[in-house]
Write a new protein. Sequence first.
Length: 141
Amino acid sequence: MTYDLDRGRRDERRLRERLRDAVRIRRVTDGVPAGCWRLVAELPDGELVGELRAHERSLDLLYGEDLGDRREVVLDGVVVAPRLRLLGIGRRLVTRLAAETRRAGLPAVRATAEFGGIQFLLACGYRIEWNRPQALRLEHH
């Protein structure tokens, strides 16, 4: 018995659920420079359906102080194939980055976002840092 009598919609939902469960997340290291992070979401046949990129930065260079070569990670972007959005693949990529950077001893992952990316990162556990610079705009009418 089903509540969705539209066969096309029902088949699409089932396909998305199967694909969501089949996606595997892995870190790519071949051809990626040291200090860069690339995680991919792939289907069993190797089809790339999502990607996360990030890079490490030196807090010593950022602040102009000798902090003992402290580093943090900056999230450059997360993308998921349009047909597989809203299935948790992006969240799985972000969660995997957090776990791997924690294991590597890196204390934080920073991100800059706009539009829907803000809500996505907040849902993944990021917090807005009010002490950081904010983008502001004054329009003349």
